[in-house]
Design a protein around this ligand. Structure first.
Ligand code: CP
Length: 313
């Protein structure tokens, strides 16, 4: 594997899930693999789980870790080819990516969608810029359109808590006061398309995700109907994709409640707004898997880093 940029870089999801569950039993088993190797984590946006779990994963593999809050501490990057750089940008991605490649063996990047310009966000200029010009592997720690480390952790969590060979999994939109990106939902959908499951997406009209990603998935606009007999309910807010980046609804009727959840397991990537996205009773109850998901972020990242280290010549 050259880079881990999307869930589609996973060659076999069931095999990877089994390998991650095995890693979890003995996290330091491969501590020699990353000896004298360095990972650089570059954050253009905030993080709790991604930052700490990726760092912990690297520690398990014996790696050194460098972290930079690039968004607030790095030079403003230029991405255009042939740009006359007489405006706000100070350094071109060509130099930045090549320079970071001199200091480490793997680069991991978080750079969210701006939600102002769909074409610009979908071009993934930060992630793809690093992947294009770096001479070392690049890992996506959440980009404009995907969060594949989260989705892989979610696949591990579903495998660990499933009781059926073909569970019913529902991705339900929830209200939120702010406009949020589509990355988590996109990667979750892509991951579910690799699973043997009855998968349903539910959201208010106007919140359709990118059809290229949801193609072939069942979409049910009636949340109650979608939730019937669910085994796992994954709740997430995203802003409108069609009316790009807009908040069209804050309807609290879509908030996940214990009553609506029924006997299903509750999933959310976190951070979560209590009593807006989901009520306290769900998060504090024993059907919530949010801490399992957060824990599995370590082993999701660790398996990705292990595979990249094994392929570094
Ligand atoms: N789920 C997730 O990526 O959390 P952070 O934004 O805190 O890293």
């Amino acid at each position: 594997m050259k880079h881990y940029l999307s869930i589609n870089d996973i060659d076999s999801l069931p095999v990877w899930v089994d390998e991650a569950i095995t890693l979890k039993k003995d996290p330091y088993q491969f501590k020699e693999l990353g000896k004298q190797k360095t990972i650089c984590l570059l954050f253009f946006n905030n993080s709790l789980r991604t930052r700490l779990s990726t760092q912990k994963a690297a520690i398990h593999l014996g790696m050194e870790v460098m972290i930079m809050n690039f968004g607030s501490e790095g030079w403003a990057l230029e991405f255009g080819d042939g740009t006359l750089m007489d405006q706000g940008t100070s350094e071109h991605i060509k130099e930045a990516a090549r320079v970071v490649s001199e200091y480490c063996d793997i680069i991991a990047i978080r750079a969210f969608a701006g939600l102002k310009d769909k074409a610009k966000d979908e071009a993934e200029e930060v992630l793809n810029g690093f992947a294009k010009y770096a001479s070392i592997p690049v890992v996506n720690m959440e980009s404009s359109v995907g969060h594949p480390l989260q989705a892989f952790a979610d696949a591990i969590t579903i495998a660990e808590h499933g009781t059926k060979s073909k569970p019913k999994v529902v991705l339900s939109w929830a209200p939120h006061p702010k406009a949020l990106p589509h990355a988590v939902a996109n990667s979750f959908v892509e991951m579910m398309k690799l699973q043997d499951a009855e998968f349903v997406i539910t959201h208010p009209e106007g919140y359709e995700l990118n059809h290229e990603i949801t193609k072939g998935c069942k979409i049910e606009y009636n949340q109650k109907k979608a939730l019937e007999n669910a085994d796992f309910v994954y709740v997430k807010n995203w802003s409108s994709y069609t009316d790009y980046g807009k908040v069209l609804s804050k309807d609290l009727d879509w908030t996940m409640t214990q009553e609506k959840l029924g006997k299903a397991k509750f999933m959310h990537c976190l951070p979560v707004r209590r009593n807006i996205v989901v009520e306290d009773a769900v998060l504090d109850g024993n059907q919530s898997l949010v801490l399992d998901q957060a824990n599995n972020r370590v082993f999701s990242a660790q398996l990705v880093l292990k595979k990249l280290l094994e392929d570094i010549k």
